[in-house]
Write a protein that binds this ligand. Structure first.
Ligand SMILES: NC(=O)C1=CN([C@@H]2O[C@H](COP(=O)(O)OP(=O)(O)OC[C@H]3O[C@@H](n4cnc5c(N)ncnc54)[C@H](OP(=O)(O)O)[C@@H]3O)[C@@H](O)[C@H]2O)C=CC1
Ligand SMILES: CC(C)(CO)C(=O)C(=O)O
Length: 314
């Protein structure tokens, strides 16, 4: 199959390398030093059960638009940080609309799929999550990753109202699995995305504030209760929006994050590198929704406020 990795950073390069090693054609879209390193020295990925070091086809956005057509690909994997999605869609709208290739977002947050859908339509939109993975750019052209690195994906917003054909979903699922990516098709991907948001809202901002890994934070005598409360606040918003999410999901996600290996969150990595934080796509979206629905989310407001203020001071 032919895959395009849009925003080939930690997550995108890990999954791209897995697919390329399995024999698929992969084009990586990146920029800056990381792009130059990939073009000149190739891509290196280090993971406890997977090693990749090989030349890759890496291009910037301008070269993608000039040298490729969307019809050159079977699947576009959207791996930007969520704050980059809307502007990218705006710039690449005409290129995207010249074909019918589906797009699968592996980003955190619940706003990416609606943004994709608004441009390419429901028939080309897949929702997805990258679960139990920590993957980061260690140095230009070098990725370190850990965890089983699953992909859960499905027709957006769910199998019943989504329009991507089942045989197409199954072909992607098979390609992922053959490439050593544990994957699963969900018939309610919007629910999975909200369950993942429970994790991200609970640990990403708090890990950036405390510099603690996910497990230390979640089992911490002082911060553990806040992690739990952040999950409850996310669940309350999800339920008010009509999603079948409740206390049982809070328990499950809390147990998952407590028992999963301690990993450095993507937000802590961004903070350490002085890069923009994915704060609006995670906590910010909950605050906006909470305001609209008249639901109080005081802990989410606190971590959002503290981090925003830290960013402004830099
Ligand atoms: N990292 C992780 O462990 C996990 C991340 N996720 C989610 O996956 C998504 C991706 O995260 P992650 O892999 O960490 O992100 P990264 O920041 O590592 O990768 C995204 C890359 O896209 C590049 N990029 C952005 N816009 C463009 C553009 N127009 N043209 C070319 N390149 C571009 C960025 O460059 P630049 O640096 O210059 O901005 C960056 O290198 C996020 O939503 C994240 O929350 C989910 C699970 C785990
Ligand atoms: C949940 C977690 C921490 C790891 O999958 C993540 O999604 C991230 O680092 O952004």
């Amino acid at each position: 199959m032919r895959f395009l990795i849009l925003g080939a950073g930690g997550i995108g390069c890990y999954y791209g390398a897995r697919l390329q090693q399995a024999g698929h054609q992969v084009v990586y879209v990146a920029r800056g030093e990381h792009l130059r390193a990939m073009q000149q020295q190739g891509l290196k990925v280090e993971h406890e059960s997977f090693r990749f070091e090989a030349p890759v086809t890496a291009v910037d956005e301008a070269a993608l638009l000039a040298d490729y057509s969307v019809t050159d690909f079977d699947l576009l994997l959207v791996c930007f940080k969520s704050q980059d999605t809307a502007a990218w869609l705006d710039r690449c709208r005409d290129w995207l609309l010249a074909g019918a290739t589906p797009l699968l977002s592996l980003q955190n947050g619940v706003d990416n799929e609606p943004e994709l859908e608004a441009v390419v339509g429901t028939s080309r939109t897949l929702g997805g999550i990258a679960l139990r993975i920590g993957g980061h750019i260690e140095a230009p052209g070098v990725i370190t990753a850990s965890g089983p690195a699953q992909i859960i994906f499905g027709a957006w917003p769910d199998q019943t109202s989504g329009q991507v054909p089942t045989d197409q979903l199954q072909a992607f699922d098979q390609a992922f699995q053959q490439a050593g990516i544990p994957s699963r098709i969900s018939d309610r991907i919007a629910v999975e995305l909200w369950r993942k948001l429970m994790l991200n809202n609970a640990v990403n901002p708090l890990s950036a504030l405390t510099r603690l890994d996910t497990q230390t934070l979640s089992t911490h005598p002082l911060f553990g209760a806040s992690v739990y409360q952040l999950m409850q606040e996310t669940a309350a918003i999800a339920a008010a929006e009509g999603l079948p999410i409740g206390q049982q999901d809070v328990e499950e996600m809390y147990q998952l994050i407590c028992n999963f290996d301690g990993i450095k969150t993507s937000m802590l990595v961004d903070l350490e590198k002085g890069r923009p934080l994915e704060l609006d796509g995670i906590s910010g979206t909950l605050l906006k929704r909470g305001k609209r629905l008249a639901i109080n989310t005081p802990m989410t407001a606190l971590v959002y406020g503290l981090l925003s203020q830290q960013q402004e001071c830099h």
